[in-house]
Structures are given as C-alpha cells and as structure tokens.
Write a protein that binds this ligand. Structure first.
Ligand SMILES: Nc1ncnc2c1ncn2[C@@H]1O[C@H](COP(=O)(O)OP(=O)(O)OP(=O)(O)O)[C@@H](O)[C@H]1O
Ligand SMILES: [Mg+2]
Length: 499
C-alpha cells in the first residue's frame, strides 16, 4: 500500500454502542487537496466514524495514520493539535458569546494577564477576510443565521491550521447561494492542500464538489469511488442497495372542502410578512417555495401563533382561530419547526418521552396516571411508521443518528392526529430512502383528508410532492401555481418578484 500519498488513513475501524454495532471494519483515506465525500443512509455510521477520528468516540479497534504515521487520538483537543478539525452536524457553540470568543475559547491570545482582545479580533478578521465572508467577529452567536453559525465554525476549524477538516452535513440548512459560498471556501482549503471529508445527503452537491466518495451501509464500508466514474443513480444504489425507481410517490387525487383559510396575514417584525392570503383544502398538499429570508418560516409561525400578527385572520372550519383560544385548540393545527435539533428535542430523555411529549393526554390510563403500555404502543407506532432506526424504545434520543432524531420529532407531531400540518423543511438531513417515506407519509395524510403545508428549499421536492405551490417573495405572496403546470424556472422568477 502506498501510504505516503495519503494525508489521512483510517483502517479496520470498529465501534459498538450498547445494542448497536455502529461500525464494522470500516476504512477511509484522504489525499492532500482532496474533497472526500462520506455518504450513507441515516444511521449508516458516518458521524460515528468521524467522531472516532476526532477523539469523541473511542474506537473498539482500528488504526489511524496521519501523513503516514500511526497516531492515537484520545480527545478533541488532541485532534485539533494534530491538525484535525471537525464542524459538527449539531453545532456546539456558546450562543451568548460572540463569534471570536467562540473561536478562541480556551486559548485566548494574552497580553500579560489579560485577554488580547485586539489580536483576537484581528486574527479572526484575517481568516474571515481570506474567505470573503461577511461576519463581524463581535456579533453574538445567537444573532447569526444558521448558515452564518456554520461559517463561524469553519473559521474556527481554519484557525487551528487544520490539515484535515471534517464537515458533517454543512449544507443541510444552507440556501443554494450560501452553499456556493461554502464551496468557494472548500475550494480555497483544497488549494491550500487541506483534505476535506464532506458528509452530505445531497447527491448533486457531492457530485459537484468531491473528488472521491466512500459509501457506508449499516456500519460497513461498501465502496470508494472516483466521482468521475459515478453518477447519482449508482450512488443511490450503493447507499440503499436497491434501485430507487421514482423519487416521488403518486399524489392524492381527491381534494375536498377548504380546511384552512388565511386572509391578509401581516406581521411586521423582520423578516416581515405582508398581506398573505391563501387557502388549503382537505386532501391537499401546498408547498411553499421562495428564497431564504422571503418569510416562509415566518409565515408558518404566524399561522401557528408563534409570532405577533398585526392584522389578518386564520380561519379553520370557517372560524377565526386567533379570536378564540378554544378554536385554536380544536383547530388541530400542528407544526414541525425548521431548527428541530435546537427547538425540538429533549436530549436527556429516551425515545418514548420524546415521542409522546406533545400528546401526553392520549397516554393516560384508567387511574388517571400515565400508562406505560400506551406510551410504548404509541412510540412503537411512530418507530414503525417513520422507520426509526433504534436499538429499542428506551434509547436516549441524543444517541440516535441526526436523521433518526428528526423522524422521532415528525412522529411526535403525527401522534397529535392533526388535521392541518405545517412542516418546515420536513426532509432536511434525511437520506434518500427515508425522504421517499416521508413524502409517502405526507401523501397518505392528504388521502386521509388532512391539509398539509410544507416549506422546502428543494424545488424538485416542491414540484414532486405538492399539488399547488405558493411562492413567497420578500414577505409577500408572489403567486400560487399548480405543480403540474409549473417549472423550476417559474418558481425562481416568482421568487424574485418583489425583490
Ligand atoms: N453515543 C451513542 N450511543 C449509542 N448509540 C449511538 C451513539 N452514537 C451513535 N450511535 C448509533 O450508531 C449508529 C450510527 O449513527 P451515526 O450517527 O454515525 O449515523 P449517521 O450515518 O451519521 O446518520 P445521519 O445521516 O442520520 O446523521 C446509529 O444506529 C446510532 O443510533
Ligand atoms: Mg450523522
């Protein structure tokens, strides 16, 4: 084996957790100046492999070589000192501190006994400028958008002069434009001779940015291929071990009465919503498209009552739900938020409590106490319906793979038996196979006569799943089109209408 050509090699890596063998004899190697994609379904072992590299998980067996030399990595700080950095799937920043604090935390430059604020600012600025990013080092982290937070984490990785940089699903919450900016950064890192391990569920991106790809399935190495020798279909086949015919299930054909009607909804806080009206009928799926910042999430939040609304009304069964608490309760409206990992999970609790937490009253037994039998039955339903990959129902949610955590949250929302579902980016971070299942689930729900409204940044998904598409532009409704008669170009044009 020509060890010298590799910057990094991992061989024969195995890792078990109670009840799961997450990795079995896995290998990956990275050349200098290479983007090496790491792909596989939710729970395939991608994050676990990278956590072994970064010293978060201890390997049961396996070897790591850096520049041809064997190396043992026991903890993240050692990994960083050795030139290995990782931008995590779940960002771990301190929200109340500013960008530069987060970057230099624990290794502040000092001037005598004091922190050298000026040097810290300048060092941070230098990296930010070298990547043409637009972040002020003094901005508090929680004032940044998800994408900016991600950028800040990349700046941190670079600040360690890392030679190997792991990006775990960096674009899952980025827009196309932001993704392009990230790719610029990746190209620069490449030209500096860094090796980048890039985890993603987005085939197109992987094919566009990577040089090679390694695919894992059920914790095992399946293949390492040159990107030029592979296409999207072959990639999917390697990941799921079967041909995936249609990407979208057939739509529901029977549409009923209007279930929810939104009239002149206006919310003045930025990003604002201005005078948005539309209606959704039973059995119908309405997709919401538009650019990030166009007010798509804010629209859902306004309908759901999470935002102050200045004017407008939301009618369910002909009654304004803002006017009466009872109506909003009976409206059976449910929402799954975009930043699910931040706002949605109870990390210290197991899958059962995470699943039933918003439908507790359905789990009360004869004596008025919570019935564990019911809790388990409901959780079991969600696990089955969403195909959640977990050793058992008592598993802590935080030990599930990212995609599987999201499925738990979708399951939770469905247990409320909602009639109207508001879903913000429901398939984000979810693998191709599971995406199909979620589409199918949405269409099933429509067939049961529910109304589904979902926001998506993926245009093929809007066209493939929705019956009609509402395009938001700068807080306004730029038009509603029939998915059958719509194209990606039309959505783009409408999205720019009020810019
Ligand atoms: N700390 C842990 N304790 C127990 N099980 C774990 C732990 N970390 C990971 N696992 C299990 O190991 C398997 C692999 O998970 P991993 O997070 O590596 O998947 P992944 O490929 O990154 O998936 P995703 O695309 O959903 O992020 C899963 O079955 C997961 O539940
Ligand atoms: Mg992962």
């Amino acid at each position: 084996m020509q060890t010298e050509e590799y910057l990094l090699e991992m061989n024969n890596v195995s890792k078990s957790f109670p009840g799961v063998q997450a990795l079995k004899d896995v290998k990956i190697n990275v050349r200098p100046g290479e983007v090496h994609a790491l792909m596989g379904e939710n729970g395939a072992g991608k994050s676990t492999l990278m956590k072994c590299l970064f010293g978060i998980n201890k390997m049961d067996s396996g070897q790591i070589r850096l520049n041809g030399e064997p190396i043992v990595i026991d903890n993240p700080s050692q990994a960083l000192r050795s030139g290995i950095a990782m931008v995590h799937q779940e960002l771990e920043q301190v929200p109340q501190r500013n960008v530069m604090d987060n970057i230099w935390l624990g290794r502040y430059p000092r001037k005598g006994l004091l922190v050298d604020d000026k040097k810290m600012y300048e060092d941070t600025k230098k990296i930010i400028n070298s990547f043409n990013m637009k972040i002020d080092p003094r901005t508090q982290i929680n004032h940044l958008s998800v994408s900016m937070k991600q950028m800040a984490d990349i700046v941190k990785a670079v600040s360690y002069n890392a030679k190997v940089i792991v990006l775990d699903e960096p674009t899952s919450s980025l827009t196309e434009k932001e993704t392009e900016a990230l790719f610029e950064i990746i190209r620069k890192l490449k030209s500096d001779g860094c090796g980048i391990i890039y985890i993603s569920h987005k085939n197109d991106e992987v094919l566009a940015i990577s040089d090679r790809v390694t695919v894992l399935r059920d914790g095992q190495w399946v293949a390492t291929e040159n990107i030029c020798d592979i296409d999207s279909n072959k990639l999917i086949k390697l990941m799921v071990n079967r041909e995936l015919g249609n990407r979208f299930p057939p739509k529901n054909k029977t549409i009923g009465e209007t279930l929810i009607r939104i009239e002149g909804l206006t919310s003045v806080y930025e990003p604002k919503i201005s005078d948005v009206s539309f209606e959704v009928r039973a059995g119908e799926i309405l997709g919401i498209g538009g650019l990030v910042g166009a007010g798509r999430t804010e629209l859902l939040e306004s309908i759901f009552g999470l935002r102050t609304v200045e004017s407008g009304a939301v009618y369910v069964d002909g009654k304004d739900i803002f006017k009466s608490r009872k109506h909003s309760k009976n409206a059976a409206l449910t929402m799954v938020t975009e930043e699910r990992r931040v706002t949605g999970i109870f990390p210290q609790m197991d899958i059962r409590w995470n699943t039933v937490s918003s439908s507790i009253q359905k789990n009360i037994g004869k004596l008025g106490l919570i019935s564990m039998k019911k809790v388990e039955k409901n959780t079991q339903w969600a696990v089955k319906a969403m195909r959640i990959k977990t050793p058992n129902l008592k598993t802590l949610i935080s030990t599930l793979s990212g995609g599987n955590q999201q499925k738990v949250l979708l399951g939770r929302c469905l247990l409320n038996e909602p009639r109207i579902l508001l879903l913000d980016e429901p398939t984000r971070g979810i693998d191709v196979g599971a995406k199909y299942e979620i589409y199918q689930l949405m269409i099933e729900l429509a067939k049961e006569g529910k109304a589904v409204v979902f926001v998506s940044s993926e245009m093929p998904e809007l066209l493939g799943v929705a019956d009609r598409i509402l395009v938001m532009s700068n807080g306004r409704n730029a038009g509603i089109v029939d998915a059958e008669e719509c194209t990606q170009e039309m959505i783009m044009t409408m999205a720019a209408k009020y810019l």
